[in-house]
Design a protein around this ligand. Structure first.
Ligand code: NAD
Length: 356
């Protein structure tokens, strides 16, 4: 099969880590007889420098014309003082909305080989954990009506949370499908004791649950979910939640893995076109030094194979190669213990390729 992949390396360490993932994909292509065709487009600060726009039209058109998109990261101190609509981060919202990406998948997995990096007690995480957070990405309070108005105590600011049944149904279906392929356990997170949108969320999730009798579903209030994540993370398999709750809980979940350079993400729409990116930023402090950990981006490429191209065996192959690298004790500096030998970005990439 032939697949067209749009590459958006972006700023800081973006080009180095995307290069690593591309090399891994090329090797997977050779091994399994697929042709991956790559086209690179500008995004973020480098796009602003070249064109005056952090998200040039050519980039959006290229992404829309591709089968899938691999993004590095955007942003850096050089562009921090630009006005809001010219800032590199604005390009992220722009590309997500242009591609209609309403689902965000964020795995948070504790690798046994890296359990020392987990900030939780060993007794809490002795069995590891492997959670998939499914976050609604284009609705809720981040996109609702907002502004200032006269209130009880004078001028006040307000934001509004809105969800329609359709928006909840489609994200719930993604989450149930995901749970079906994993541990068949879904936790739906809301604040139904207070919020009307959460009551609609809960009712709608329960309706969709009828279509998935093989998946067990439970409701967890968001404040309890935040506690449970640090008390006993292994109880969770798949979590589904709204935009704002997902934003907060997915960052909490990533922190308890202890290794930001290891975590991939996927953003999906109704079609197979998705955008895949590491959860970390452009790490300007280490950019250009060939020391960034490429694994989050390599695992993002694995998610692309799994979710956009349905190449399960190929995705498994990459994930197993990463497991093998870690089990062999190989580390980049962000995941190494003091005094341990460390590999460069390109050496870590080669180590993964050797184990494919
Ligand atoms: P960051 O994730 O870039 O870096 C935080 C820390 O983690 C830094 O010390 C960095 O060196 C380290 N780190 C991150 N990724 C690493 C990797 N792969 N290997 C080794 N170490 C790694 O977050 P920040 O410093 O808050 O933000 C830097 C810039 O990135 C800002 O301009 C911010 O707006 C932007 N940002 C972009 C995205 C994105 O593109 N999706 C996400 C978050 C932040």
């Amino acid at each position: 099969m032939k697949y067209n992949i749009a590459l958006l390396p972006g700023d800081g360490i973006g080009p180095e880590i995307v290069d690593g993932a591309v090399r891994v994909l090329k090797k997977v292509g050779e091994k399994y007889g697929h042709e991956f065709d790559f086209k690179t487009y500008l995004i973020g600060g480098v796009a602003y420098d070249a064109t005056g726009d952090p998200l040039p039209k050519e980039t959006v058109d290229g992404a829309l014309a591709s089968d899938s998109v691999l993004l590095g990261a955007v942003g850096g101190p050089k562009w921090d003082s630009l006005p809001g609509d010219k800032r590199p981060e604005k390009a992220l919202l722009g590309i997500r909305s242009a591609l209609g990406l309403f689902t965000n998948l964020r795995p948070a997995k504790l690798y046994p080989a890296l359990s020392d990096a987990c900030p939780l007690k060993e007794s809490t995480v002795k069995n590891g954990f492997d959670i998939m957070i499914v976050r609604e990405l284009t609705g809720g309070i981040y996109f609702g009506d907002r502004g200032y108005r006269e209130g009880k105590y004078g001028t006040e600011a307000y934001d509004t949370e809105c969800y329609s049944p359709m928006e909840i149904e489609r994200i719930a279906r993604v989450a149930f499908e995901c749970a079906k392929k994993r541990g068949k356990k879904l936790a739906s997170i809301d604040k139904a004791n207070v919020l009307e949108t959460s009551r609609l969320w809960r009712k709608t999730v329960h309706e969709i649950a009828q279509e998935y009798p093989d998946v067990s579903v439970c409701d967890v209030l968001v404040d309890n979910a935040a506690m449970q994540l640090v008390r006993n993370p292994a109880q969770f398999d798949v979590i589904v939640t709204s935009n704002m709750f997902g934003d907060i809980l997915s960052d909490e979940a990533s922190q308890i893995t202890g290794s930001i350079g290891m975590l991939p993400s996927a953003s999906l729409n109704e079609t197979t076109l998705g955008m895949y990116e590491p959860i970390h930023g452009s790490a300007p402090d280490i950019a250009g030094k060939n020391i960034a950990n490429p694994i989050a981006t390599i695992l993002s490429a694995a998610m692309m194979l799994r979710y956009s191209f349905n190449l399960t065996e190929e995705a498994d192959c990459i994930e197993k190669a990463v497991d093998a690298v870690l089990n062999d004790g190989l580390r980049t500096s962000d995941i190494a213990k003091p005094g341990e030998n460390t590999l460069s970005t390109s050496e870590m990439t080669e180590a993964v390729i050797e184990r494919l």
